[in-house]
Ligand binder design. Structure first.
Ligand code: ZN
Length: 100
Protein backbone atom coordinates (compact mmCIF):
# COMPACT_ATOMS: atom_id res chain seq x y z
CA UNK A 1 0.00 0.00 0.00
CA UNK A 2 1.05 3.57 -0.62
CA UNK A 3 -0.39 6.80 0.74
CA UNK A 4 -0.71 9.94 -1.32
CA UNK A 5 -1.42 13.37 0.08
CA UNK A 6 -4.17 14.70 -2.13
CA UNK A 7 -5.80 18.07 -2.38
CA UNK A 8 -9.02 19.04 -4.11
CA UNK A 9 -9.62 22.18 -6.13
CA UNK A 10 -11.25 23.75 -3.06
CA UNK A 11 -8.16 23.27 -0.95
CA UNK A 12 -9.25 20.27 1.12
CA UNK A 13 -6.30 18.06 1.92
CA UNK A 14 -6.80 14.35 2.48
CA UNK A 15 -5.04 11.06 2.07
CA UNK A 16 -5.60 8.50 -0.63
CA UNK A 17 -4.61 4.87 -0.22
CA UNK A 18 -3.61 2.91 -3.28
CA UNK A 19 -1.89 -0.28 -4.29
CA UNK A 20 0.71 1.70 -6.21
CA UNK A 21 1.27 4.97 -8.06
CA UNK A 22 -0.29 3.62 -11.24
CA UNK A 23 -3.55 2.86 -9.48
CA UNK A 24 -3.68 6.43 -8.18
CA UNK A 25 -3.08 7.81 -11.68
CA UNK A 26 -5.70 5.50 -13.19
CA UNK A 27 -8.29 6.60 -10.64
CA UNK A 28 -7.37 10.21 -11.21
CA UNK A 29 -7.75 9.84 -14.98
CA UNK A 30 -11.11 8.15 -14.61
CA UNK A 31 -12.36 10.77 -12.18
CA UNK A 32 -12.64 8.28 -9.34
CA UNK A 33 -10.60 10.38 -6.99
CA UNK A 34 -13.07 12.34 -4.92
CA UNK A 35 -12.70 14.84 -2.13
CA UNK A 36 -14.37 13.43 1.03
CA UNK A 37 -15.31 16.96 2.11
CA UNK A 38 -16.91 18.54 -0.95
CA UNK A 39 -17.16 15.51 -3.29
CA UNK A 40 -15.38 17.21 -6.16
CA UNK A 41 -13.38 14.97 -8.45
CA UNK A 42 -10.94 17.77 -9.25
CA UNK A 43 -8.25 16.26 -7.10
CA UNK A 44 -4.52 16.60 -7.48
CA UNK A 45 -1.58 15.01 -5.79
CA UNK A 46 -0.23 17.39 -3.21
CA UNK A 47 3.12 15.94 -2.29
CA UNK A 48 5.41 13.13 -3.19
CA UNK A 49 4.20 9.73 -2.11
CA UNK A 50 5.11 8.71 1.37
CA UNK A 51 5.34 5.37 3.02
CA UNK A 52 2.65 4.36 5.50
CA UNK A 53 3.31 6.45 8.54
CA UNK A 54 3.42 5.10 12.03
CA UNK A 55 1.54 7.45 14.29
CA UNK A 56 2.40 5.40 17.35
CA UNK A 57 5.27 6.58 19.55
CA UNK A 58 8.50 4.62 19.59
CA UNK A 59 8.15 1.13 20.95
CA UNK A 60 10.62 -1.29 22.35
CA UNK A 61 10.00 -3.78 19.64
CA UNK A 62 10.13 -2.83 16.01
CA UNK A 63 8.14 -5.90 15.17
CA UNK A 64 5.40 -4.80 17.52
CA UNK A 65 5.45 -1.31 16.02
CA UNK A 66 5.18 -2.63 12.49
CA UNK A 67 2.38 -4.92 13.56
CA UNK A 68 0.47 -2.09 15.18
CA UNK A 69 1.00 0.18 12.19
CA UNK A 70 -0.38 -2.54 9.98
CA UNK A 71 -3.42 -2.90 12.21
CA UNK A 72 -4.05 0.83 12.18
CA UNK A 73 -3.68 0.91 8.43
CA UNK A 74 -6.11 -1.97 8.06
CA UNK A 75 -8.61 -0.35 10.42
CA UNK A 76 -8.50 2.89 8.48
CA UNK A 77 -8.73 1.10 5.18
CA UNK A 78 -11.73 -0.89 6.38
CA UNK A 79 -13.42 2.31 7.48
CA UNK A 80 -12.76 3.96 4.13
CA UNK A 81 -14.12 0.98 2.25
CA UNK A 82 -17.24 1.00 4.44
CA UNK A 83 -17.78 4.69 3.72
CA UNK A 84 -17.25 4.08 0.02
CA UNK A 85 -19.75 1.23 -0.06
CA UNK A 86 -22.24 3.39 1.80
CA UNK A 87 -21.81 6.21 -0.70
CA UNK A 88 -22.19 3.92 -3.72
CA UNK A 89 -25.22 2.28 -2.15
CA UNK A 90 -26.86 5.65 -1.67
CA UNK A 91 -26.00 6.69 -5.24
CA UNK A 92 -27.59 3.59 -6.66
CA UNK A 93 -30.45 3.48 -4.21
CA UNK A 94 -29.35 0.13 -2.84
CA UNK A 95 -30.07 -0.95 0.71
CA UNK A 96 -27.21 -0.13 3.04
CA UNK A 97 -25.18 -3.04 4.31
CA UNK A 98 -26.21 -4.20 7.75
CA UNK A 99 -23.98 -2.95 10.55
CA UNK A 100 -22.91 -5.54 13.04
ZN1 ZN B 1 -12.88 19.40 -1.24
Amino acid sequence: MIVFDLECINGHAFEGWFQDKQEMETQQEQGLLQCPVCDTTSVVQKLHPIAIRTSAPARHSETHQAHQAGQEAMAELTERVARFVEKISRMWGLPLPQKH
